[in-house]
Design a protein around this ligand. Sequence first.
Ligand SMILES: Cc1cc2nc3c(=O)[nH]c(=O)nc-3n(C[C@H](O)[C@H](O)[C@H](O)COP(=O)(O)O)c2cc1C
Length: 326
Amino acid sequence: MRVIQTTCAADEAEALLDALLAEHLVGCGNLIPGVRSRYRWQGDIQDDEEVLLVMETTKENAPAAAARLRALHSYDVPKILTLAPSACDTDYLRWLADVTRPGGDCGAEGAAARDAEADAPDAWLARDPLPAEPVAIVERWLGEAFEARAQENPHAVALATVDPDGRPSVRMVLCSHLDAAAGRFTIYTNIESRKGRAVRHEPRAALVFHWGARQVRVEGNVEPTPDAQCDAYFASRPLEARLGAWASAQSEPVGSRDALLEKLREVALRFGAKEESDPVPRPPHWGGLTLVAESVELWVSRTGRIHDRAVWRRSGSGWNATRLQP
Ligand SMILES: Cc1cc2nc3c(=O)[nH]c(=O)nc-3n(C[C@H](O)[C@H](O)[C@H](O)COP(=O)(O)O)c2cc1C
Protein backbone atom coordinates (compact mmCIF):
# COMPACT_ATOMS: atom_id res chain seq x y z
CA MET A 1 0.00 0.00 0.00
CA ARG A 2 1.40 3.39 -0.89
CA VAL A 3 0.48 6.07 1.57
CA ILE A 4 0.09 9.59 0.31
CA GLN A 5 0.90 11.59 3.40
CA THR A 6 0.18 15.22 4.04
CA THR A 7 1.07 17.05 7.20
CA CYS A 8 -0.39 20.30 8.41
CA ALA A 9 -0.31 22.67 11.33
CA ALA A 10 -3.24 22.96 13.64
CA ASP A 11 -4.61 26.17 12.18
CA GLU A 12 -4.26 24.84 8.65
CA ALA A 13 -5.95 21.53 9.25
CA GLU A 14 -9.37 22.60 8.07
CA ALA A 15 -8.11 24.25 4.89
CA LEU A 16 -5.79 21.37 4.15
CA LEU A 17 -8.51 18.80 4.52
CA ASP A 18 -10.56 20.81 2.04
CA ALA A 19 -7.62 21.13 -0.35
CA LEU A 20 -6.86 17.44 -0.13
CA LEU A 21 -10.42 16.53 -0.80
CA ALA A 22 -10.63 19.05 -3.63
CA GLU A 23 -7.59 17.45 -5.24
CA HIS A 24 -8.70 13.87 -4.98
CA LEU A 25 -12.40 13.95 -4.49
CA VAL A 26 -15.04 15.72 -6.49
CA GLY A 27 -18.75 15.46 -6.58
CA CYS A 28 -21.87 16.72 -4.98
CA GLY A 29 -24.33 15.81 -2.29
CA ASN A 30 -24.57 16.75 1.33
CA LEU A 31 -22.39 14.05 2.75
CA ILE A 32 -21.12 15.93 5.74
CA PRO A 33 -23.10 18.65 7.46
CA GLY A 34 -21.06 21.83 7.66
CA VAL A 35 -18.48 20.69 5.12
CA ARG A 36 -18.60 21.80 1.52
CA SER A 37 -20.68 19.37 -0.48
CA ARG A 38 -18.37 18.01 -3.09
CA TYR A 39 -17.03 14.69 -1.97
CA ARG A 40 -16.97 11.92 -4.48
CA TRP A 41 -14.07 9.62 -5.19
CA GLN A 42 -12.53 10.72 -8.47
CA GLY A 43 -10.53 7.58 -9.11
CA ASP A 44 -7.14 9.17 -9.65
CA ILE A 45 -5.71 7.36 -6.66
CA GLN A 46 -5.08 3.69 -7.31
CA ASP A 47 -7.04 0.99 -5.58
CA ASP A 48 -4.10 -0.09 -3.44
CA GLU A 49 -3.33 3.45 -2.26
CA GLU A 50 -4.71 5.31 0.65
CA VAL A 51 -4.56 8.92 1.65
CA LEU A 52 -3.16 9.60 5.08
CA LEU A 53 -3.95 13.06 6.35
CA VAL A 54 -1.86 14.00 9.36
CA MET A 55 -3.48 16.74 11.36
CA GLU A 56 -1.28 18.31 13.97
CA THR A 57 -4.00 18.94 16.43
CA THR A 58 -3.61 20.78 19.69
CA LYS A 59 -5.50 20.27 22.92
CA GLU A 60 -7.67 23.24 21.96
CA ASN A 61 -8.70 22.20 18.47
CA ALA A 62 -8.57 18.43 18.99
CA PRO A 63 -12.24 17.93 19.92
CA ALA A 64 -13.45 19.90 16.89
CA ALA A 65 -10.98 18.18 14.58
CA ALA A 66 -11.82 14.75 15.92
CA ALA A 67 -15.52 15.43 15.55
CA ARG A 68 -15.00 16.42 11.96
CA LEU A 69 -12.88 13.37 11.21
CA ARG A 70 -15.40 11.09 12.88
CA ALA A 71 -18.11 12.63 10.72
CA LEU A 72 -16.00 11.98 7.67
CA HIS A 73 -15.53 8.32 8.53
CA SER A 74 -19.10 7.84 9.55
CA TYR A 75 -20.12 8.83 6.03
CA ASP A 76 -17.81 6.22 4.54
CA VAL A 77 -15.89 8.57 2.27
CA PRO A 78 -13.57 6.03 0.67
CA LYS A 79 -9.85 5.78 1.12
CA ILE A 80 -9.25 8.71 3.41
CA LEU A 81 -7.32 7.86 6.53
CA THR A 82 -6.82 10.68 8.93
CA LEU A 83 -4.52 10.99 11.87
CA ALA A 84 -5.16 13.32 14.74
CA PRO A 85 -2.02 12.88 16.86
CA SER A 86 -3.60 14.19 19.97
CA ALA A 87 -3.64 12.32 23.23
CA CYS A 88 -7.00 13.99 23.87
CA ASP A 89 -8.80 11.42 21.78
CA THR A 90 -7.52 7.97 22.66
CA ASP A 91 -10.59 6.32 21.17
CA TYR A 92 -9.81 7.85 17.85
CA LEU A 93 -6.14 6.93 18.05
CA ARG A 94 -7.05 3.39 18.94
CA TRP A 95 -9.31 3.08 15.95
CA LEU A 96 -6.66 4.62 13.78
CA ALA A 97 -4.08 2.12 15.00
CA ASP A 98 -6.46 -0.64 13.94
CA VAL A 99 -6.98 0.63 10.43
CA THR A 100 -3.36 1.55 9.77
CA ARG A 101 -1.62 -1.48 11.24
CA PRO A 102 -1.45 -3.72 8.13
CA GLY A 103 1.50 -2.19 6.33
CA GLY A 104 0.57 1.39 7.12
CA ASP A 105 3.40 3.77 7.90
CA CYS A 106 2.18 6.03 10.61
CA GLY A 107 5.53 6.83 12.21
CA ALA A 108 5.63 8.09 15.76
CA GLU A 109 1.95 8.96 15.74
CA GLY A 110 1.06 5.42 14.74
CA ALA A 111 3.13 4.05 17.59
CA ALA A 112 1.39 6.45 19.94
CA ALA A 113 -1.91 5.25 18.58
CA ARG A 114 -0.97 1.63 19.23
CA ASP A 115 0.11 2.52 22.78
CA ALA A 116 -3.19 4.29 23.26
CA GLU A 117 -4.99 1.16 22.10
CA ALA A 118 -3.53 -0.90 24.90
CA ASP A 119 -4.84 1.66 27.41
CA ALA A 120 -8.19 2.21 25.72
CA PRO A 121 -11.26 1.63 27.88
CA ASP A 122 -12.35 -2.00 27.65
CA ALA A 123 -9.40 -2.90 25.40
CA TRP A 124 -9.88 -6.53 26.57
CA LEU A 125 -13.05 -6.73 24.45
CA ALA A 126 -10.95 -6.03 21.36
CA ARG A 127 -8.82 -9.10 22.02
CA ASP A 128 -9.42 -12.79 21.43
CA PRO A 129 -10.10 -15.12 23.10
CA LEU A 130 -13.01 -13.44 24.83
CA PRO A 131 -13.48 -13.68 28.61
CA ALA A 132 -15.27 -16.83 29.73
CA GLU A 133 -18.00 -15.13 31.74
CA PRO A 134 -20.01 -11.98 30.91
CA VAL A 135 -22.21 -11.19 33.92
CA ALA A 136 -19.36 -10.30 36.26
CA ILE A 137 -18.38 -7.72 33.63
CA VAL A 138 -21.93 -6.33 33.62
CA GLU A 139 -21.72 -6.07 37.41
CA ARG A 140 -18.40 -4.22 37.15
CA TRP A 141 -19.77 -1.85 34.48
CA LEU A 142 -22.83 -1.17 36.64
CA GLY A 143 -20.57 -0.36 39.60
CA GLU A 144 -18.48 1.95 37.45
CA ALA A 145 -21.63 3.68 36.17
CA PHE A 146 -22.62 4.39 39.80
CA GLU A 147 -19.13 5.69 40.59
CA ALA A 148 -19.12 7.93 37.51
CA ARG A 149 -22.29 9.75 38.72
CA ALA A 150 -22.96 10.70 35.10
CA GLN A 151 -26.63 9.72 35.19
CA GLU A 152 -29.31 9.80 37.84
CA ASN A 153 -30.19 6.09 37.69
CA PRO A 154 -27.24 4.08 36.38
CA HIS A 155 -29.28 0.92 37.00
CA ALA A 156 -32.04 2.12 34.65
CA VAL A 157 -32.65 -0.48 31.98
CA ALA A 158 -35.06 -0.88 29.07
CA LEU A 159 -37.25 -3.95 29.56
CA ALA A 160 -38.89 -5.45 26.47
CA THR A 161 -41.75 -7.93 26.72
CA VAL A 162 -44.27 -9.45 24.35
CA ASP A 163 -47.99 -8.96 24.91
CA PRO A 164 -50.42 -11.91 24.64
CA ASP A 165 -51.31 -10.78 21.09
CA GLY A 166 -47.62 -10.91 20.05
CA ARG A 167 -47.11 -7.13 20.23
CA PRO A 168 -43.72 -6.10 21.65
CA SER A 169 -43.55 -3.33 24.26
CA VAL A 170 -40.63 -1.71 26.03
CA ARG A 171 -40.22 0.62 29.02
CA MET A 172 -37.53 1.79 31.42
CA VAL A 173 -37.31 0.11 34.81
CA LEU A 174 -34.67 -0.14 37.52
CA CYS A 175 -32.56 -3.25 37.80
CA SER A 176 -32.58 -3.34 41.59
CA HIS A 177 -30.82 -6.67 42.06
CA LEU A 178 -28.11 -8.36 40.07
CA ASP A 179 -26.98 -11.82 41.10
CA ALA A 180 -23.91 -12.05 38.88
CA ALA A 181 -23.00 -15.64 39.77
CA ALA A 182 -26.45 -16.88 38.74
CA GLY A 183 -26.97 -14.37 35.90
CA ARG A 184 -30.23 -13.15 37.46
CA PHE A 185 -31.48 -9.59 36.88
CA THR A 186 -34.40 -8.46 39.08
CA ILE A 187 -36.77 -5.54 38.61
CA TYR A 188 -39.67 -4.62 40.90
CA THR A 189 -43.06 -3.57 39.66
CA ASN A 190 -46.80 -3.98 39.80
CA ILE A 191 -47.21 -7.53 38.54
CA GLU A 192 -50.73 -6.73 37.27
CA SER A 193 -49.30 -3.99 35.02
CA ARG A 194 -49.01 -4.38 31.27
CA LYS A 195 -45.49 -5.81 31.61
CA GLY A 196 -46.60 -8.08 34.46
CA ARG A 197 -49.43 -9.51 32.40
CA ALA A 198 -47.14 -9.85 29.38
CA VAL A 199 -44.56 -11.97 31.17
CA ARG A 200 -47.23 -14.09 32.84
CA HIS A 201 -48.42 -15.03 29.35
CA GLU A 202 -44.99 -15.09 27.66
CA PRO A 203 -42.32 -15.50 30.34
CA ARG A 204 -39.44 -14.24 28.25
CA ALA A 205 -37.96 -10.75 28.14
CA ALA A 206 -35.00 -8.65 27.04
CA LEU A 207 -33.08 -5.88 28.81
CA VAL A 208 -30.81 -3.14 27.48
CA PHE A 209 -28.44 -1.08 29.65
CA HIS A 210 -26.61 1.90 28.18
CA TRP A 211 -23.71 3.71 29.84
CA GLY A 212 -21.69 6.08 27.66
CA ALA A 213 -19.69 3.95 25.24
CA ARG A 214 -21.07 0.71 26.68
CA GLN A 215 -24.20 -1.28 25.94
CA VAL A 216 -25.40 -4.53 27.51
CA ARG A 217 -28.22 -6.64 26.09
CA VAL A 218 -29.65 -9.49 28.11
CA GLU A 219 -32.27 -12.02 27.01
CA GLY A 220 -33.80 -14.86 28.93
CA ASN A 221 -36.70 -16.39 30.82
CA VAL A 222 -38.59 -14.50 33.50
CA GLU A 223 -39.42 -15.98 36.91
CA PRO A 224 -41.32 -14.47 39.84
CA THR A 225 -38.89 -13.17 42.45
CA PRO A 226 -39.01 -15.01 45.82
CA ASP A 227 -41.42 -13.40 48.32
CA ALA A 228 -38.80 -12.85 51.01
CA GLN A 229 -36.63 -10.88 48.56
CA CYS A 230 -39.64 -8.76 47.48
CA ASP A 231 -40.63 -8.10 51.11
CA ALA A 232 -37.12 -6.95 52.00
CA TYR A 233 -36.89 -4.66 49.00
CA PHE A 234 -40.39 -3.23 49.51
CA ALA A 235 -39.63 -2.44 53.15
CA SER A 236 -36.52 -0.53 52.08
CA ARG A 237 -38.49 1.85 49.84
CA PRO A 238 -39.50 5.40 50.91
CA LEU A 239 -42.95 5.73 52.51
CA GLU A 240 -44.46 7.52 49.51
CA ALA A 241 -43.31 4.76 47.15
CA ARG A 242 -44.79 2.08 49.45
CA LEU A 243 -48.12 3.92 49.62
CA GLY A 244 -48.00 4.59 45.89
CA ALA A 245 -47.66 0.88 45.20
CA TRP A 246 -51.09 0.46 46.86
CA ALA A 247 -52.65 3.53 45.29
CA SER A 248 -51.59 2.96 41.68
CA ALA A 249 -53.24 0.27 39.56
CA GLN A 250 -50.28 0.58 37.23
CA SER A 251 -51.06 0.75 33.50
CA GLU A 252 -54.82 1.30 34.12
CA PRO A 253 -56.58 4.57 33.15
CA VAL A 254 -57.39 7.18 35.83
CA GLY A 255 -59.83 10.09 35.44
CA SER A 256 -57.50 12.83 36.70
CA ARG A 257 -54.33 13.45 38.68
CA ASP A 258 -56.52 14.63 41.58
CA ALA A 259 -58.28 11.27 41.59
CA LEU A 260 -54.91 9.53 41.86
CA LEU A 261 -53.77 11.79 44.72
CA GLU A 262 -57.07 11.12 46.49
CA LYS A 263 -56.36 7.38 46.27
CA LEU A 264 -52.93 8.02 47.78
CA ARG A 265 -54.49 9.94 50.72
CA GLU A 266 -57.00 7.13 51.31
CA VAL A 267 -54.22 4.55 51.41
CA ALA A 268 -52.18 6.65 53.87
CA LEU A 269 -55.25 6.93 56.12
CA ARG A 270 -56.01 3.21 55.84
CA PHE A 271 -52.51 2.26 57.05
CA GLY A 272 -52.21 5.21 59.43
CA ALA A 273 -48.81 5.84 57.86
CA LYS A 274 -47.28 9.32 58.24
CA GLU A 275 -43.63 8.74 59.12
CA GLU A 276 -40.95 6.98 57.08
CA SER A 277 -40.66 4.41 59.85
CA ASP A 278 -44.39 3.52 59.73
CA PRO A 279 -44.94 0.01 58.41
CA VAL A 280 -46.86 -0.57 55.17
CA PRO A 281 -47.35 -4.17 54.03
CA ARG A 282 -46.32 -5.20 50.54
CA PRO A 283 -49.38 -5.26 48.24
CA PRO A 284 -50.21 -8.65 46.73
CA HIS A 285 -49.99 -7.09 43.25
CA TRP A 286 -46.45 -5.79 43.79
CA GLY A 287 -43.38 -7.93 43.36
CA GLY A 288 -40.27 -8.76 41.43
CA LEU A 289 -39.61 -10.14 37.98
CA THR A 290 -36.32 -11.95 37.67
CA LEU A 291 -34.83 -12.40 34.24
CA VAL A 292 -32.52 -15.41 34.15
CA ALA A 293 -30.01 -14.61 31.43
CA GLU A 294 -29.81 -17.03 28.53
CA SER A 295 -27.64 -14.66 26.52
CA VAL A 296 -25.64 -11.54 27.34
CA GLU A 297 -24.19 -9.22 24.73
CA LEU A 298 -21.49 -6.69 25.58
CA TRP A 299 -20.88 -3.81 23.19
CA VAL A 300 -18.27 -1.06 23.31
CA SER A 301 -18.36 1.92 20.98
CA ARG A 302 -15.29 2.41 18.83
CA THR A 303 -14.45 5.20 16.47
CA GLY A 304 -15.20 4.58 12.83
CA ARG A 305 -18.14 2.40 13.89
CA ILE A 306 -15.88 -0.65 14.14
CA HIS A 307 -17.41 -1.38 17.51
CA ASP A 308 -16.45 -4.30 19.72
CA ARG A 309 -19.35 -6.65 20.18
CA ALA A 310 -19.67 -10.18 21.54
CA VAL A 311 -22.46 -12.41 22.80
CA TRP A 312 -22.28 -15.10 25.47
CA ARG A 313 -24.86 -17.90 25.38
CA ARG A 314 -25.39 -20.31 28.25
CA SER A 315 -23.86 -23.70 27.66
CA GLY A 316 -24.25 -26.21 30.47
CA SER A 317 -22.95 -24.55 33.62
CA GLY A 318 -20.85 -22.04 31.64
CA TRP A 319 -21.03 -19.69 28.67
CA ASN A 320 -20.13 -19.87 24.99
CA ALA A 321 -18.66 -16.62 23.68
CA THR A 322 -19.03 -15.45 20.07
CA ARG A 323 -17.66 -12.25 18.57
CA LEU A 324 -20.23 -10.43 16.42
CA GLN A 325 -19.75 -7.96 13.60
CA PRO A 326 -20.76 -4.49 14.66
C1 LIG B 1 -35.69 5.66 34.74
C2 LIG B 1 -36.99 4.97 34.99
C3 LIG B 1 -37.07 3.96 35.90
C4 LIG B 1 -38.27 3.30 36.12
N1 LIG B 1 -38.30 2.26 36.99
C5 LIG B 1 -39.41 1.54 37.15
C6 LIG B 1 -39.41 0.38 37.97
O1 LIG B 1 -38.38 -0.02 38.55
N2 LIG B 1 -40.57 -0.32 38.08
C7 LIG B 1 -41.72 0.08 37.45
O2 LIG B 1 -42.74 -0.59 37.61
N3 LIG B 1 -41.74 1.16 36.64
C8 LIG B 1 -40.61 1.91 36.48
N4 LIG B 1 -40.62 2.99 35.65
C9 LIG B 1 -41.87 3.35 34.94
C10 LIG B 1 -42.00 2.43 33.70
O3 LIG B 1 -41.20 2.94 32.65
C11 LIG B 1 -43.43 2.27 33.19
O4 LIG B 1 -44.01 3.53 32.97
C12 LIG B 1 -44.31 1.49 34.17
O5 LIG B 1 -43.63 0.41 34.74
C13 LIG B 1 -45.56 0.97 33.45
O6 LIG B 1 -45.15 0.14 32.38
P1 LIG B 1 -46.16 -0.94 31.71
O7 LIG B 1 -47.47 -0.26 31.55
O8 LIG B 1 -45.54 -1.28 30.40
O9 LIG B 1 -46.24 -2.12 32.63
C14 LIG B 1 -39.43 3.68 35.42
C15 LIG B 1 -39.35 4.72 34.50
C16 LIG B 1 -38.15 5.35 34.29
C17 LIG B 1 -38.09 6.46 33.26
